[in-house]
Every structure is written in C-alpha cells, then in structure tokens.
Design a protein around this ligand. Structure first.
Ligand code: TNX
Length: 514
C-alpha cells in the first residue's frame, strides 16, 4: 500500500515536472567578462544573467565525429567531480548544455560558447576544439554553489558569449624523467592539470647521462643497465613500451601530443654505459650520478652507432603517433664541431625515414638542415637566428623566463639558479611575440629539468603555478595578457589546485585567499 502511494506521488511529480518548461530564478547580476578563466579567452561578452547548473541540467551532443562523445564524457566526469551533478542521468531538464560540431572555424582548436538563461552551447569544428572549450566550461562553473536561490544548490554560470582560439598551435611543457624518474601515475596526474590549462604538447626527456628511461626491445641493456641510476644514485626506473603507450593514450584522450626525446650525441653516458661501443670521448665509461654536463658523446664516425640510433628511433617512432622526434643535441661539449654537424645531419635523415619531423635544442641549427626541422631556443639567440636563416621553425624556451627548474627566489627549497631566480611574475611577464618574427615561431615550451626533484610533490612545487602562466603565454594574445589582471585570476585557481591535490608553491606575489 505504502509503496503504491509513493509510486502515485512519483507519477504526479513526473507529469507536473514534464509540463513545466521554464522556472523563474532571481539570479544576482553576473559578469562573464570578470570570470577567472586561464588562459584568457580571445573575446568575451557579458549579458549579466545566469545559467543554472543543477540537478535539472542535461547534456546533449550534436556531432558526426564520434570523438565528440569522448569530450562530452570527460566534461560529465569533471562536472560530477566538482559539483556532484551527473549530467548523464538528467533526461528531463530545465537547463541544457549542448556540444555541437559546426564547420567554419579556421583554427582546429577554436570554439565558441553561448550562454543564455536556458542553454549553454559549445560549438567547435573538431573534437580538439570542443575539448579546449570544455576546459573553459569547467572553469566558469563556480567552485561553490549558491544555496539561497532554490531549495537545492545551483552553480550559477554567468551568461554571455566566448569566442576563443589560441595564438600558438604549439603550447608545451617538458618533463625530464632522466635525472629522476617519474612513474606513469605521476605523469598522468600532471597531464590532467596541464589539460585544464589547454596545454597541447608534452615533451618527455627520456634519456640523459644519469639514466635511460625507455625500453628498446632490440637493445635490452639500455634499460637493464642504463636505467638503474639517477642524479644522486638509484633507484632509477624506466617505462616499458606498454607504459609509454599508456602515457601516449592518456595524453591523446586529453588532446595532448607526446614528443619523445633521446638526447644525443652528448648527454649519453647511460647509453654508453650499457653499450660501450657507442662512446666517443675516449675515456672509460663509468656510472655518473652527479649533475655535471658536457663530458659525454657518441662516436659520431662509426656506422654501428647509426645502426643503433636507427633502431632506437624506429622503435620509439612506432609507438609515438605525434609528428615530432626530438634528438636533443644540446651541450655536446666534447664532440668536435665537424663531427657534431655530421651527426645531426645524419640523424635528421633517420628521423625523416621514420616519418617524423626533427626537433633539436638550439645548437642543432649550426648544422645544415632540412627546412622542416625545428630548433628549440633555450640559450643562444645566435643559434636561433641560424635556424631562421634556414627557414626552420622555432620553439621558444628561453631559460631566463621559461625554465620551470629555476628557483623562485633564494628561499626555494628545490631548483637550480644558473639562469637566475624566476618568480611567478618574471615567468609571466615577457612576450614570446617580441623576440623573432612571429611567422618563425611554432610556439612555446616550458621545460622542467629534474636534477633537484624526486617526487610528484616536488615536481608540482616547481611547475605550479608557473606553468599556468606559460599556458596563457602560448594561448592568449599579447593584448589580452596583463600581469595585474592575470595575478587576480590566478588567485582563484588555488581552490582548483588544492581540490586536485596539487602541491603548488603559494608564491607571495599572489593573494591566494583561502
Ligand atoms: C641545461 S637546457 C640543460 C640541461 C640541464 C638544465 C638545467 C638544455 C638543453 N640543457 O641538461 O638539465 O640546463 O637547468
């Protein structure tokens, strides 16, 4: 009896609910332009009303490309994690979120959001654009609900429109997993947060003097021998090819491309430790766990060295769907200049043979390269200009601004200081547009070298919040980047970082609040 009565009430409720299509909520005045989105979108207009995200909101997708479903699922999960609302189960609703595939966007990462009282519509030409767009949606959902507007909590999203697209199609950060190894889980946690800030590339520095970190099936000693150490000693570590593929796939779900780097001909002590025939510095190879650089080199005039490199590039390229292969090429201080040039030119051919475009640190521009190669400016403006003279594109990573491994200030617990202290404002306050002709700039990358960090907490301390400012430097136009405004927006991101267990450095130049 009791049960049938409650069933009746339930039916009445459903009938009543489905008849009502609109409800009146008295929203406080809002301002979409004042929302704290990072990176700052290209254009925002505000219409001062509110969209209620609550238990009566649903989500629909209008797209031919099935990849939009993955984007919608990602948003559903993240909204549930933030608010407890499961958009997937609310088939009857007052407010509607929809993700639509629309043609006509000239940039593949572009998207538009139109927010009215009843609907929040995200339009994009591709799943990648939609994925960037849902990061903006996640950020305009307030951290806390309003409990006074109705009987249930409502997350009030300001109404208006956002039209957005990135300034650079390449917005990257690098992690050095060679000096100290970071697990697949650590990398995934980092990728999750990077995706929220629309970073689209993740460069993995997979080998260096102190350790070799990726399984190469045709040269098993690289990991058996070469992976067992790190800066300051063991325990080292490496990714099996399956581990690496797991990272590649996880990044791909976040529309992030992985760039693998095998650093050579210098920075190769761990490889030569495993296979001494590779060594070209004329000295007996021993384990090195110090932070020293510039003492190791491959033997650049031996055919067998190139057979080895061919295998390494072939195996890694086969499991790296992205367009790039990074050959390092920095600080080869004991490689003769002619040998270095001979080496880089030969290795570029191997990279091309496996269908990839070569990237190297700025020194590679001293060689005579094919124009499709990319130079990563970290140190020498002269080398960067040599690259431009050869019609190569540049990735900007000037150490004095972009190095996430520099200490914030003299009290920083971790980090180096050879390029100077880099407080949060210094890291943000520069213009990637102002160094070289913008047509020659592929994008920006903030590298995180790992000599002084061993754990994900230490990694996060150096990366956050500086990498967030970097994401904005890559995405937003110069006129949309103002330190004072950024500084206030960033202060609101502390809650997000804390909710996600990110050990950011609470820099005193930001008023973090509570
Ligand atoms: C220079 S940047 C290096 C790395 C070090 C880093 C430390 C570059 C291409 N080479 O080997 O880890 O400085 O900040």
């Amino acid at each position: 009896m009791k049960r049938s009565l409650s069933y009746l009430f339930f039916l009445i409720f459903i009938v009543f609910w489905s008849c009502e299509t609109k409800r009146e909520i008295d929203f406080p005045t809002t301002d979409l332009k004042a929302s704290n989105v990072i990176p700052q979108p290209l254009e925002v207009t505000a219409s001062a009303n509110g969209f209620a995200l609550d238990q009566f909101t649903n989500l629909s997708i209008q797209a031919n490309d099935l990849a939009f479903e993955g984007v919608a699922d990602y948003l559903t999960d993240k909204i549930e994690a933030k608010t407890g609302i499961d958009l997937a189960i609310n088939s009857k609703a007052y407010t509607h979120l929809s993700i639509q595939e629309i043609s006509g966007f000239s940039n593949e990462e572009a998207y538009e959001i139109q927010i009215t009282e009843d609907s929040l519509i995200l339009k994009a030409g591709s799943a990648v654009g939609a994925f960037r767009g849902i990061q903006t949606i996640r950020q305009i959902v307030p951290e806390t609900a309003n409990d006074t507007l109705a009987q249930h909590p409502i997350w009030v999203i300001p109404t208006g429109t956002i039209k957005d697209q990135p300034q650079f199609g390449f917005r990257s950060t690098m992690l050095d997993v060679a000096r100290h190894f970071f697990s697949v889980e650590d990398v995934k946690k980092y990728l999750d947060i990077l995706a929220y800030y629309k970073i689209n590339t993740f460069h993995m520095h997979l080998s260096d003097d102190q350790g070799w970190r990726i399984e190469i099936k045709s040269w098993p000693k690289l990991t058996e021998v070469g992976s067992t150490t790190g800066v300051g000693g063991g325990p080292g570590g490496f990714y099996t090819q399956e581990d690496y593929q797991e990272i590649v796939a996880y990044a791909a779900e976040r529309h992030i491309t992985i760039i693998p780097e095998i650093d050579m001909p210098g920075h190769t002590n761990s490889a030569s430790l495993a296979y001494p025939f590779l060594n070209g510095n004329g000295k007996k190879i021993e384990i090195v766990t110090s932070m020293a650089v510039g003492y190791s080199t491959f033997d650049t005039r031996k055919d067998s060295v190139y057979e080895f490199i061919d295998d390494v590039i072939r195996e890694i390229s086969a499991i790296s769907p992205g367009p790039y292969f990074h050959i390092g090429g920095d600080e080869s201080l004991v490689t003769e200049k002619d040998d270095y040039i001979y080496f880089v030119e030969k290795v570029e051919k191997i990279v091309q043979k496996y269908g990839k475009r070569m990237i190297g640190w700025d020194e590679v521009a001293t060689a005579n390269l094919n124009t499709s190669a990319v130079a990563q400016w970290w140190n020498s403006e002269k080398n960067a200009n040599l690259a431009i003279d050869q019609n190569m594109m540049l990735i900007l990573s000037p150490a004095k601004k972009a190095y996430l491994d520099m200490k914030y200030d003299k009290d920083s617990e971790f980090g180096l200081r050879w390029a100077g202290y880099i407080p949060v404002d210094t890291a943000y306050n520069w213009n990637p547009e102002s160094f070289f002709p913008i047509e020659s700039v592929l994008g920006v990358e903030a590298p995180l070298w790992a000599e002084t960090i061993r754990t994900i907490d230490e990694l996060e301390y150096l990366a956050f919040p500086r990498v967030i400012g970097f994401a904005e430097l890559g995405w937003s136009t110069q006129e949309n980047r103002k330190w004072e405004n950024y500084r206030k927006r960033l202060a609101h991101h502390g809650k997000f970082l804390r909710r996600n267990g990110v050990n950011y450095y609470a820099s005193p130049v930001i008023d973090w609040g509570k």
